[in-house]
Design a protein around this ligand. Structure first.
Ligand SMILES: [Zn+2]
Length: 257
């Protein structure tokens, strides 16, 4: 499909960075992201899951607490914005089909947790921990740990119980992931088997939380405050976020400032 033209395409990087996110008027509709979301929906359909997380454009990848939906970063909607993101962050999170699908499956895990309030279950808490735990500013992952699946970078499952669940869900959902073989003998297999049972249990059921709310932090392209402060899961990213002391949970905060 022909790409929509925007007046801001011709602006310099400096000018573009001054624009309010909302003023870009970008949307999921009419972009390659629609195909990725369509593929995610097909994967959910195949597993009998009824919830179809709604999506919207925001500043980052995240799924807000108690909302069964997924925010997608604005820069993925247009090559001009991806180029700027690459320049500013050295990386474009979710900028390829396979990376976008990997993050979408992870965020879908959060959306399904929120939609069915899975964190309230005793077994969920036994396996993943308490969802109410504060997000750490840094975490020290153990790369050799077999207690956690490995899906996104930086051993992200180790950062928080919600991330552990989202990563486990993403591994479970990915077609041909062969998780029973891949994780045979790992303690993390228990978590995958639980997700398998849990998804069978909620198959065909309506979500408990049906809201279609879109949480939009309305940031400039040069954010001064991270939405992380409000407790959302945001997949961290830039290689520079990986520090000797551990992994920064929010890689963006200081890099735009
Ligand atoms: Zn997450």
């Amino acid at each position: 499909m022909p790409r929509r033209k925007y007046a801001w395409e011709k602006l310099s990087d400096a000018q573009l960075l001054q624009r309010r996110l909302r003023s870009l008027r970008v949307a999921v509709e009419g972009t390659w992201l629609e195909d990725c979301i369509g593929t995610l929906y097909e994967e959910l359909e195949e597993r009998g899951i009824r919830l179809r997380p709604h999506t919207w454009i925001s500043s980052e990848w995240f799924s807000p607490a108690d909302v069964p939906g997924i925010a997608i970063p604005f820069y993925l909607t247009h090559p001009r914005l991806m180029k700027l993101e690459k320049k500013m962050m050295l990386d474009v999170e979710g900028g390829t089909w396979s990376e976008c699908m990997a993050i979408l499956r992870h965020e879908a895990g959060h959306a399904i947790q929120h939609g069915y309030q899975l964190q309230r279950r005793r077994r969920w808490q036994q396996l993943f921990g308490r969802s109410s735990k504060h997000y750490p500013r840094y975490y020290r992952p153990n790369p050799a740990s077999r207690q956690y699946v490995q899906h996104l970078r930086l051993w992200y499952a180790q950062s928080h119980p919600d991330e552990d669940f989202a990563e486990t869900f993403a591994v479970w959902l990915r077609p041909r992931s062969n998780w029973r073989t891949r994780y045979a003998g790992w303690p993390a297999l228990k978590k995958l088997e639980y997700v398998d049972e849990l998804m069978e249990e909620i198959a065909g059921k309506r979500p408990l939380v049906p809201t279609r709310e879109r949480v939009d932090p309305l940031l400039f392209l040069r954010p001064t405050e991270s939405p992380r402060a409000t407790g959302f899961c945001i997949y961290p990213a830039a290689p520079r976020a990986f520090e000797a002391a551990g992994c920064a949970v929010d890689g963006r905060e200081s890099t735009y400032a």
